[in-house]
Design a protein around this ligand. Structure first.
Ligand SMILES: *[C@@H]1O[C@H](CO)[C@@H](O)[C@H](O)[C@H]1NC(C)=O
Length: 402
């Protein structure tokens, strides 16, 4: 909770904003200027004008009290005594359109330097239009991911009272876009993207390198997750290199992923999304895709039903990885296994083009081809899939610069 003594600063600004004359603001049109209506020009203190000014100020004072109540309800909802009523506006008093705009501007301004992590949290942007556009425009060759990620995330975040966290497990070779999609999610769901207070990213070999310390890591992980959830009603936890996570560590996540009995009239249900990124059984994805392509299927006609059952079964069977062993997989706590397809030459070429564009560099069709050909394509016979996907393409284009 924020300390109360900070509030006067906000109040001063609020009053200032309210006193600025704005066209169409309540009372503006009707109120005469204080010096009007006097016989003597220049007599600003003449009685009728002065009285009107005083009335205006009193009205502004009453108005700002209400604004203050509404603003503080937006920013500190826990302090709202009368929850529903205050949110909708005091009885018999509806906020004029301009007033609502003021309130939104003010809330955004306030939250830009004081984190406010509550209902109407301005750090949470949930821009599904942006997410959809990023998935369609910036991600190449992943038609299954595009649909599945957008749909599951949007459906989950639009649930009025989710009773569990959402867990998505991304599988595929390196360079196919798993990290890229995780970043797109962070950037479109949170104002500050991966740097947001509401987002935490863990890399198995970096954050939890030694299996002998698993008990310590468990404590740390739990502590960090609880802290983040206290700050934010909607959190995103990303686990990179998930195949290398100790199964004991994943045990910590179990309570989040099991359905909770709804708690009476609790005002807020926290929303939590877990992303697990791994190349675990990426080979299976590639194998299935290769066989379908050889059988004459077009890539875009491959459906999730072609892949998910194989992928799921193989992951459950995988004895070589902690992730496959973990309770999350064994007890079916992962909501979706999302397959990232291996990338072909034409996709790599699009990545190369994007890399030129993002660095605002000129490119030629020949350069795109030349750089795309530098990647290694497998299997040896078909030479169909880029073994590194679109990885480190931006480094490669630097060789081509004059
Ligand atoms: C959502 O994202 C799109 C595309 O990035 C952007 O044009 C739009 O302004 C964003 N909307 C909001 C409300 O931030």
């Amino acid at each position: 909770m924020l300390p109360r003594r900070r509030r006067p600063l906000g109040l001063c600004l609020l009053l200032l904003l309210l006193l600025l004359p704005l066209p169409g603001a309540p009372g503006h049109r009707g109120a005469a200027k204080p010096w009007e209506g006097t016989d003597e020009p220049g007599s600003a203190w003449a009685w009728p004008g002065f009285q009107r000014l005083r009335e205006r100020l009193r009205a502004a004072g009453a108005l700002s009290k209400r604004y203050w109540a509404l603003l503080s309800c937006q920013v500190w909802p826990d302090d709202c005594e009368d929850d529903g009523e205050a949110a909708a506006g005091p009885p018999g008093w509806s906020l004029p359109l301009l007033g609502q705009q003021y309130l939104d501007v003010l809330t955004t301004w306030y939250c830009s330097f004081r984190g406010c992590c509550h209902r109407l949290d301005c750090r949470i942007s949930n821009n599904f239009t942006g997410l959809e556009s990023d998935l369609n425009v910036r991600l190449h060759g992943q038609h299954l991911v595009q649909k599945l990620v957008l749909r599951t995330v949007r459906d989950y975040l639009e649930l009025p009272r989710p009773d569990k966290a959402l867990a998505l497990s991304f599988h595929g070779w390196s360079g196919t876009g798993k990290n890229f999609v995780a970043r797109m999610l962070a950037e479109n769901l949170y104002r500050d993207g991966l740097k947001s207070d509401c987002v935490k990213m863990f890399i198995a070999t970096f954050h939890f390198p030694h299996s002998k310390y698993v008990d310590l890591y468990k404590e740390q992980l739990l502590g960090q997750m609880q802290e983040t959830q206290q700050l934010c009603p909607q959190t995103l936890f990303i686990f990179d290199e998930a195949e290398k996570l100790h199964p004991g560590l994943l045990e910590v996540l179990r309570p989040y992923l099991e359905r909770q009995v709804p708690e009476g009239h609790r005002a807020k249900s926290p929303r939590t999304i877990f992303l697990f990124l791994s190349n675990l059984r990426g080979n299976i994805v590639n194998e299935v895709v290769l066989n379908l392509l050889k059988a004459g299927w077009s890539r875009e006609d491959i459906t999730i039903e072609h892949l998910e059952p194989h992928l799921h079964a193989e992951i459950v069977e995988s004895t070589d990885s902690g992730f496959g062993h973990s309770c999350l997989v064994k007890d079916n706590l992962i909501d979706y296994f999302v397959p990232f397809l291996p990338l072909e030459y034409r996709h790599v070429r699009l990545c190369v083009r994007d890399a030129f564009l993002s660095q605002e560099l000129q490119y030629t069709e020949e350069a795109l081809d030349e750089i795309s050909r530098m990647m290694v394509y497998v299997p040896r016979e078909e030479q169909l899939f880029s073994s590194q996907g679109c990885k480190s393409i931006s480094q490669r284009i630097t060789y081509f610069l004059p």
